[in-house]
Design a protein around this ligand. Structure first.
Ligand code: NDP
Length: 433
């Protein structure tokens, strides 16, 4: 069989793989990018982008309702083509097919054998379903983005990013939503004030939480609905059961372990801070490494890899103070340490405010915004910024720059606010404890 030689063969055309390949190609490397499905990956095709469009759409329901207080009486998008053009412009060859590692420098794909100095694994992650009787009746976020009609009753299992985002979308569009989670509040790992505030705001929107609850079985009823039996004894009836109980790295069947690439117990490729696996010529970026599973992080890792190896500019990806947002309704955004993390490391001061946004003085909607700063008492450095409320992701992105620069609370206070905004509260916060 003919062997085609490359500088880089990338497996997976999602956010990380596309960025790395495009840059490497632009720097003159000969690059092949293997993809078994469409170019774009989870974020563009089955995640962040379609989800955010649904969140925008869902918000109109509230916006129309709120408009009354002010006296009012009241397609699909494809990035596939854009990505292909960007890759082609940078000389990257796209190879359609399922790739498999043959040896540390060889990939077999679509009946061809590609050899490369370096191989980049950027295969992402996929939704996982636990072994519950009747789980075949449940859907994941993939199918949730493709439902033919709005379900009347939705049961969502899980309390993470995806669960709360879809709960918000379905509820705003008019479905009756019940969220089943094993914890007492959603978003484990987030600051406790965020978790409690978000749960309270979601409950105000008639989303019901079944706390400390697990599913024992799912059955189809004679009417074609699903009956979700909880361990608490309660049974829920739903038209759609959506599982959002986490994602697992897409690393099986690639021939990685057969070639001494170490995977951890979750199946993630073990890499160092230079994205290098346990085999010198094999690298990995993005969700298949299960570090910070966020699109911009995968892109930053892909960029760091290509700058290091194809542009003679070594870059280590910095995973500290990465801001993130949950597009629940209302949204959550956060950067830096939670109060719990910071307290475990030293003495902290907490600054917290809750208020009704100005918009809701007339709309009448009982929605509260929560903002919180976690500050190191000894150095005055701001260690964490947390927010639940309208525009939180837009506001926190700017504060992430301040945290990267090591800003102190005194510097926050010396910043003059923009009035009238919610964001100005972040520069006028007074001590609570
Ligand atoms: P998460 O890891 O965020 O949450 C998983 C949830 O499922 C947790 O609440 C967990 O409960 C629960 N869970 C896990 N296993 C079981 C089980 N067997 N039975 C019942 N509950 C279970 O996963 P998601 O699927 O929501 O999202 C995957 C990843 O995708 C996220 O970690 C995030 O990195 C990324 N993402 C990011 C988004 C963004 O940036 N806006 C949006 C969507 C996804 P417990 O708390 O008890 O452990």
């Amino acid at each position: 069989m003919a062997r085609d030689e490359y500088d880089l063969v990338t497996i997976g055309a999602g956010s990380g793989g596309v960025r790395a390949s495009r840059l490497a190609g632009g720097y003159g490397a000969k690059v092949a990018l293997c993809e078994q499905s469409r170019v774009g990956g989870t974020c563009v095709l089955r995640g962040c982008v379609p989800k955010k469009l649904l969140v925008y759409g869902a918000h109109y329901a509230e916006d129309f309702a709120d408009a009354r207080g002010y006296g009012w009486t009241v397609e699909g998008i494809s990035f596939d083509g854009v990505y292909r053009r960007l890759l082609r412009d940078n000389g990257v060859e796209i190879v359609e097919g399922t790739a498999r590692l043959v040896d540390p420098h060889t990939v077999a794909v679509a009946g061809r054998t590609l050899t490369a100095k370096r191989i980049l694994v950027a295969t992402g992650a996929k939704a996982t379903l636990p072994a519950v009787p009747g789980i075949e009746h449940a859907i994941t976020s993939n199918e949730a983005l493709d439902l033919p009609a709005l379900p009347r009753r939705v049961v969502i299992v899980g309390g993470g990013y995806i669960a709360v985002e879809f709960a918000g979308i379905f509820a705003a569009l008019g479905s009756t939503v019940t969220l089943v989670m094993r914890a007492d509040n959603p978003l484990r790992g987030f600051d406790q004030d965020i978790r409690v505030t978000l749960a309270a705001e979601m409950e105000k929107k008639a989303i019901r939480f079944c706390r400390h609850a697990t599913v024992q079985a799912i059955e189809k009823t004679s009417e074609g609905a699903c009956r979700v039996q909880l361990a608490t004894g309660e049974a829920l009836t739903a038209d759609v059961v959506l599982y959002a109980t986490g994602r697992v790295p897409n690393t099986r069947g690639l021939g990685l372990e057969d070639n001494s690439v170490r995977l951890n117990e979750k199946g993630a490729v073990v890499v160092d801070s230079w994205n290098r696996s346990t085999v010198d010529s094999i690298f990995a970026v993005g969700d298949c490494t299960d570090r910070l599973n966020l699109t911009p992080v995968a892109i930053a890792e892909g960029r760091a890899f290509s700058e290091t190896h194809f542009n003679n500019t070594p870059i280590e990806t910095d995973h500290a103070n990465v801001a993130s947002a949950v597009f629940s309704i209302p949204p959550v955004a956060t950067v830096g340490q939670t109060e719990e993390q910071a307290r475990a490391r030293g003495d902290v001061q907490i600054f917290l405010t809750r208020f009704k946004g100005m918009r809701h003085t007339l709309s009448g909607r009982d929605e509260r915004t929560m903002m919180k700063l976690v500050v190191d008492r000894a150095t005055d450095r701001v260690l964490g910024c947390h927010m639940v409320g309208a525009d939180a992701p837009e506001i926190i992105q700017g504060l992430a720059v301040a945290l990267k620069c090591g800003a102190t609370k005194r510097q926050f206070d010396a910043t003059i606010g923009i009035h009238p905004t919610a964001a100005e509260e972040f520069v006028t916060l007074r001590a609570e404890s």
